[in-house]
Design a protein around this ligand. Structure first.
Ligand code: HEM
Length: 506
């Protein structure tokens, strides 16, 4: 990894490609045949055409032609690292998950941090939400905690997700990011204002990936062996301290060091400065969930830490860089439905939508056998009758029966009660499209958040908002302005003034 000329490189951060190569043996083709010459193609005479019989040339070119795989439809740009999770406080009274069974127990993890909207080459200092994914390789298979650096989200129904993401990507005609699409959607979906306020505030540009918290955002269940459960929201709090980048510095870095966060993570780990996060849960019983003053499964809202304080669970430490970016980071497949016994989904509608979407996209992005790719392979093994498909590379079950039940052996089901539905007091009622009305409740937390900011931060927030909002048609500005006023009069006034200062005809 070579930095741009104007970026100082940490002399201690030597990557493996910069380590002098030792003799690794003779070069071969993909079929293992020795390559006699990797400098010159075979031709018919000095001026003659290149020959089809030069298999090495054809093989090398054709292989190169197929190097790119589809990028992630969201969170395309990211960086990853290996490490471990260690239990620091006993929560075995809440869950039968074996990796959480005793204090001091360590589980290997792989994490990936990302920027949501941009493509694989987008600058790391873009104003955007950051992804925070952790794959726990437990003895009961993988648990993927696929969260963000914000405790909430823009929308609360999965049916809106494709539309929302379209507005964050490029305009279908101009191929440019488009403030009108963005604010048109947000102004028509006012429950987004809480997350929009975080995004437009100083928290919208974290200083690299080490200086931000991570959240499951949704409630998940922790389940005991007898089926009793509680809901928990996971918080991973950075031990490096929160740091953000101001807009001027972010813009400069986007030009001079667009891989700022990727470099920062890699360099820190390479020189032994291992980033760590303390993991906590907020615990909500099903009875408390039913009685709470708003729906605790609405991911546009935080559940107050005064009502549900943080309980420490463990510590996440990242201590090893990937050896190969593509093999480990690009091919990593995180999925909220990869869960171990003792962890289960809540009825959060967004989470429910995600339970389908990720494995679906992995089958498209990496192929149906994506579980067999080493970075995704559970250390506990895989034992079932699923067979064949593109790139089945693990022996494909050999001669064992590929159906079940059968009379000749093979794996069988555990018959352990399906925890997800045991004693469920929440999910009952009529099947219908139960709408979420937008109420004053949707603005109360925006007001609280806004009033945490200093005078200077409020001004900066208003001018960041006005910069893009002023580029949209006046009817969108007017519609959105009402939401700021509804959240807080002062918020509305400052945005209105900033819009006018930015030349708006509002
Ligand atoms: C990535 C779908 C909401 C966090 C992705 C990907 C898809 C997706 C298709 C690409 C996965 C891949 O190619 O491997 C959805 C849908 C959502 C939703 C349908 C809502 C209905 C959320 C929310 C969060 C989140 C609420 C955080 C709480 C992430 C993260 C990644 C990701 C961190 C990157 C995973 C990685 O590092 O590989 N999402 N998403 N998503 N999503 Fe979501």
């Amino acid at each position: 990894i070579l930095p741009p000329d104007n970026v100082r490189q940490d002399p201690n951060a030597m990557t493996s490609t910069q380590v002098p190569a030792d003799d690794k043996g003779l070069m071969t083709t993909g079929a293992g045949n020795p390559v006699t010459n990797n400098q010159t193609s075979q031709t018919a005479g000095y001026y003659g055409p290149v020959l089809l019989q030069d298999f090495h040339l054809i093989d090398k070119t054709a292989r190169f032609d197929r190097e790119r795989i589809p990028e992630r439809v969201v969170h395309a740009k990211g960086a990853g690292a290996h490490g471990y999770f260690e239990v620091t406080k006993d929560i075995s009274h809440l869950t039968c998950a074996k990796f959480l069974s005793q204090v001091g127990k360590r589980t290997p993890v792989f994490t990936r941090f990302s920027v949501v909207a941009g493509e694989r080459g987008t600058p790391d200092t873009t104003r955007d939400v950051r992804g925070f994914s952790v794959k726990f390789y437990t003895e009961e298979g993988n648990w993927d905690m696929v969260g963000n650096n914000t405790p909430i989200f823009f929308i609360r129904d999965p049916v809106k997700f494709p539309d929302f993401i379209h507005t964050q990507k490029r305009h279908p005609q101009t191929h440019l990011p488009d403030p009108t699409m963005v604010w048109d959607f947000w102004s028509l979906v006012p429950e987004s204002l809480h997350q929009v306020t975080i995004l437009m505030s100083d928290r919208g540009i974290p200083d690299g990936y080490r200086h931000m918290h991570g959240y499951s955002s949704h409630a998940l269940k922790l389940v005991k062996a007898d089926g009793a459960y509680v809901y928990v929201k996971w918080h991973f709090r950075t031990e490096q301290g929160i740091k953000n980048v101001l807009p001027e510095d972010a813009a400069r870095l986007a030009g001079t060091d667009p891989n700022y966060a990727t470099r920062d993570l890699f360099s820190a780990i390479e020189k032994g400065d291992h980033p760590a996060w303390r993991a906590y849960v907020q615990i909500i019983t099903p009875e408390q969930a039913l009685k709470y003053r708003f729906n605790p499964f609405d991911v546009t809202k935080v559940v107050s830490q005064k009502d549900f304080p943080l309980h420490e669970v463990g510590r996440l430490v990242l201590n090893r860089n990937p050896e190969n970016y593509f093999a480990e980071v690009e091919q990593a497949a995180f999925c909220p439905s990869h869960m171990v016994p003792g962890i289960a989904p809540s009825p959060d509608r967004m989470l429910q939508g995600r339970l389908f979407s990720y494995a679906d996209t992995h089958r498209h992005r990496l192929g149906p056998n994506y579980h067999q790719i080493p970075i995704n392979r559970p250390i506990s093994g895989v034992n079932n009758q699923q067979r064949d498909g593109a790139m089945a590379i693990n022996g494909n079950g050999g001669s064992a029966p590929n159906y079940e039940p059968n009379s000749f052996g093979g794996p069988s089901q555990t018959n352990v009660v399906a925890h997800t539905h045991a004693k469920n007091v929440i999910a009952r009622g009529e099947v219908a499209r139960h709408t979420y009305e937008v109420t004053d409740d949707d603005f109360a937390q925006v007001r609280d958040l806004y009033n945490l900011f200093s005078n200077e931060q409020k001004d900066r927030l208003a001018s960041v908002i006005a910069f893009t909002l002023s580029q949209t048609p006046v009817f969108i500005q007017t519609r959105q302005l009402k939401h700021f006023y509804r959240a807080d009069k002062d918020y509305g006034r400052r945005v209105e003034a900033a819009l006018k200062a930015a030349g708006s005809k509002i």
